[in-house]
Design a protein around this ligand. Structure first.
Ligand code: URA
Length: 247
């Protein structure tokens, strides 16, 4: 077990109640109790070994064993735990998984590729925090023939409405003359909303197709579209180490 006492939102995240931010919301909404007392402040600490922590009246179980899943997300599926509009979600593809996993970050509905799901809230929080700069590699098909100037701008940083993007690695894979599109391989270390599409649009090349090949060091290998697999122990250790968590 990790050090104790700890901040309440960290304990809840580790117990699988979502990201640390989502857990802060649970606290602010008055849904969390420690030893029978409702807690609505964020600085409060608890000892998960001794204190009785409840969410919505249910005792929080700290599981030592977390579940880590890599999904080959198909197009047309929404990255969310639940969808009020009854769209098909990534969770529909994981119906045989009993753990309360949730997606780490987001892929747009039309984006395909590597999506990590876990119930390890602390790891999820760190993997999506800009401080850790986890690399994400995309194969991108964009309209038109991408020239040197656009490549340079993508590499050095593009001004978007939420600020400059951090330096990215960009490789021109090839120009597809028949389709009048260019294939790029692009690695970013941030995870802003629709970032790749906005970056490419900003340099004059709208995205036609977007596929995430790699998340951190995780790759899909031969995983078919729509299929998922558990991470190996080695992958879990490497992922945790990459964001400063002891294995
Ligand atoms: N960038 C995007 O624009 N969309 C995605 O789905 C992922 C990264």
């Amino acid at each position: 077990m990790s050090e104790r006492p700890q901040r309440l939102q960290k304990i809840l995240a580790q117990a699988g109640y979502g990201s640390r931010r989502a857990c802060e919301q649970l606290i602010l909404q008055g849904r969390v109790r420690i030893n029978g007392q409702v807690v609505t402040q964020l600085g409060v600490q608890a000892d998960p070994q001794c204190d009785v922590i409840e969410v919505d009246g249910k005792r929080v179980q700290l599981s030592e064993e977390h579940t880590y899943i890599l999904l080959h997300k198909p197009a047309g599926v929404v990255t969310t735990r639940r969808d009020a509009h009854a769209a098909r979600t990534v969770m529909d593809l994981l119906q045989s998984v009993s753990a309360a996993v949730f997606p780490v970050g987001r892929l747009d509905a039309d984006t395909t590729g590597a999506l990590l799901l876990t119930d390890d809230g602390e790891l999820a929080y760190r993997l999506t925090h800009p401080r850790y700069g986890v690399p994400k590699t995309y194969l991108v098909e964009v309209r038109g023939e991408v020239g040197e100037e656009a490549l340079r701008r993508l590499r050095e940083g593009v001004l978007l409405e939420d600020g400059m993007t951090a330096p990215a690695q960009v490789q021109k894979v090839r120009y597809l003359a028949g389709r009048r599109t260019t294939l790029l391989r692009l690695t970013i270390h941030e995870g802003r909303k629709r970032q790749v599409k906005r970056m490419c649009m900003a340099v004059g090349h709208p995205v036609v197709r977007l596929h995430r090949e790699r998340f951190g060091h995780l790759t899909l290998h031969q995983l078919p579209v729509g299929a998922w697999r558990y991470l190996t122990d080695e992958e879990i250790v490497a992922l945790r180490r990459a964001v400063g968590l002891a294995s």
